[in-house]
Design a protein around this ligand. Structure first.
Ligand code: PLP
Length: 273
């Protein structure tokens, strides 16, 4: 992505998500990715997780009106080119985020594109979303998304479809699109059936495929956040959705190759360079 010369105002993006005290995923991965992509990161904290490289032991939700106020206050002053959502924890936060996005012009039918990463659980299976909030993800947040980026576990929870091959991936893309998102990305990274990782992108009309080599590393914490944040950065720079996904996929592949050991568990995808 183009870098801004020192001293001039860079492109800005906003992440609405949860923190990770271990610095690997969530808002930390988003902010680091945005900075590394030359984009100034604004953050609206929706939840604080108690987390290290081994797992998430708890989380604390920010009051919904405080989440919405963070969005309102940065969009009005700083102005942003694109936004993303990550961990939103509860129905009340999802509803508050959706209405403030509509109010300030974030979303598929507004001027600021919205990437929705429907975070439900950590890779260890620790919940990051109350189960009853799945309805709000489906019925409230998805209909304003420019693109949704669920992983295979999230697809199963949201659509009931178990993605095991190309045919089920296509069915899942159709089901996600039918919930109202402009574009649906079905991420094949967790499907361990080949040496490649193939994602499919669907806009209700055309299916596009994105393939990259599978990088086998145990240091894969925050991979979904890193991909969605990189897509957000590309959209903030004016890329089309397919070009932004191509950029994000290359970015996360490079990050996986450069990820590092940390703690006793999974190190972060988002490296430092
Ligand atoms: N913690 C937060 C705040 C997150 O947003 C996410 C992922 O989206 C995770 C943890 C889980 O990351 P992973 O599934 O890579 O462990």
């Amino acid at each position: 992505l183009p870098l801004t010369p020192n001293g001039s105002t860079p492109v800005r993006a906003l992440t609405i998500a949860g923190t990770d005290s271990g610095g690997g995923a969530g808002i930390q991965a988003d902010s680091r990715t945005m900075a590394m992509c030359g984009v100034h990161a604004c953050v609206a904290v929706a939840a604080v997780t108690v987390q290290n490289t081994v797992g998430v032991s708890g989380f604390h939700e920010i009051p919904p009106h405080v989440v919405a106020d963070q969005v309102r206050t940065v969009v009005g002053d700083i102005g942003i080119g694109a936004s993303k959502t990550g961990m939103l924890a509860s129905t009340a936060i999802i509803e508050a985020v959706t209405s403030v996005c509509v109010e300030v012009g974030i979303g598929r039918d507004a001027s600021i594109p919205l990437v929705v990463d429907p975070v439900c659980a950590s890779m260890h299976g620790d919940p990051l979303l109350h189960a009853e909030a799945l309805d709000a993800i489906r019925n409230t947040l998805f209909p304003i998304a420019t693109i949704v980026t669920p992983n295979l576990d999230e697809i199963r929870l949201i659509t009931g479809i178990d993605v095991i091959d190309d045919a089920t991936a296509r069915r899942a893309a159709e089901a996600l699109h039918a919930l109202g998102a402009q574009w649906a990305l079905v991420k094949g990274g967790h499907l361990r059936t080949s040496d490649n990782s193939t994602d499919i992108l669907f806009d209700g009309d055309t299916i596009l495929e994105f393939t990259s080599p599978r990088i086998d590393t145990g240091n894969d914490h925050g991979g979904g956040d890193t991909l969605a944040a990189a897509i957000t950065c590309a959209l903030a720079n004016g890329y089309s959705v397919p070009d932004a996904v191509a950029f994000g996929k290359d970015w996360v592949t490079e990050c996986l190759a450069a990820s590092y050991d940390l703690g006793a568990g999974h190190g972060p995808v988002s490296p430092l360079w």
